[in-house]
Ligand binder design. Structure first.
Ligand code: GDP
Length: 306
């Protein structure tokens, strides 16, 4: 059994490769929920949904979020009524949020609802939220504290970032099965996801980091940073704000207390010595996950390392 820790976009690319290289029944995927938010009274879980849609084969590869060929009629009409439309919600995607929210209002937990949705879509891999408790990633900017979606989507990462915090994380508990999965795993994979706002919240849930440190299974990561910059998204801004070095070495430092091996880009081969000094092995290869072939190849390499 393999445990995967992931956010949305970057992580989903590796998760797709892994699901094609190994029996999906052997995968337990733990997703960040710090980006979750409520809009129009609906509970939206962007990372859980990106992973779910990817594994169901219905994701939109051009956008990196949402459902392929989705339409936006409901959102268009909400706009006519003066509603906010900056967070794009497709019609089919909305069905996920409506169903999730209805079940949660009836008392189901986020993990129970996530299991129902993935089973309805025929997904065999287990998908778990990091926690059933509400943990909210907040970005501290010169204009004050804002939500992650306000920073990421509404203002397209334009704000200067002073710090990032995970509201509610101290009192959160890992979702049922998360700690057990890490303890019993034959291997753990850290996806090439944003170390601050995707992997960071998962590691901040009490008990998760300790379970990783104590795990006897190898923990293999894939760097989201190539040649000193993220492939996409604001990881550079967020890492710099948190005092982290924006490089594969900075990624290795963030996970140094539990990481066994980090896959880094070929052009970052010169960082291997510094990573070695942290007690972490590295393997330099092409880690761009653009095509399905790339995703399968990197997944294969990660599994071979495990
Ligand atoms: P988010 O929820 O959309 O922020 O999802 P992630 O945190 O999983 O994705 C963002 C991270 O994925 C960024 O730090 C990117 O650099 C990384 N990323 C995206 N595409 C690739 C890729 O093809 N290869 C690698 N190595 N990293 C990638």
């Amino acid at each position: 059994m393999i445990v995967i820790l992931t956010g949305g976009t970057g992580g989903a690319k590796l998760v797709q490769g892994l699901s094609l290289e190994i029996d999906p029944k052997e995968l337990i995927i733990v997703c960040n929920t710090g980006d979750d938010f409520i809009t129009y009274g609906l509970h939206v879980s962007p990372d859980l949904d990106t992973i779910t849609y990817t594994l169901a084969g219905i994701h939109d590869p051009s956008k990196g979020w949402g459902i392929k060929d989705d339409t936006f009629t409901v959102l268009e009409w909400l706009g006519k009524y003066g509603g906010e439309t900056w967070f794009r919600l497709g019609d089919r995607d909305l069905a996920t949020h409506i169903r999730r929210s209805a079940l949660m209002r009836q008392g189901r937990s986020l993990s129970q609802v996530t299991a129902r949705i993935r089973k309805s879509l025929g997904i065999e891999a287990v998908i778990l939220p990091m926690s059933d408790d509400r943990v909210e990633t907040r970005v501290i900017t010169p204009r004050g504290e804002i939500s992650f979606q306000d920073f990421f989507v509404k203002t397209r990462c334009a704000d200067e970032v002073e710090a990032v915090l995970f509201a509610g994380v101290e009192n959160s508990r890992p979702a049922p099965g998360v700690i057990e999965a890490i303890r019993e795993a034959n291997g753990v994979i850290l996806c090439p996801s944003n170390p601050v706002t995707s992997i960071g919240p998962i590691l901040a849930v009490p008990g998760v980091r300790t379970a990783l440190r104590e795990s006897r299974a190898p923990v293999i990561g894939v760097s989201p940073i190539i040649g000193g910059a993220p492939v996409s998204g604001p990881a550079h801004k967020l890492m710099a704000a948190m005092g982290m070095e924006v490089s594969a070495l900075g990624v290795a430092k963030a996970y140094a207390d539990f990481l066994s091996t980090l896959l880094i880009a070929t052009e970052d081969g010169n960082l291997a010595g510094g990573i070695r000094e942290l007690g972490i092995n590295s393997s330099a290869t092409s880690i761009r996950l653009d095509s399905i072939m790339d995703r399968r190849r990197v997944a294969h390499e990660v599994l071979a390392l495990l």
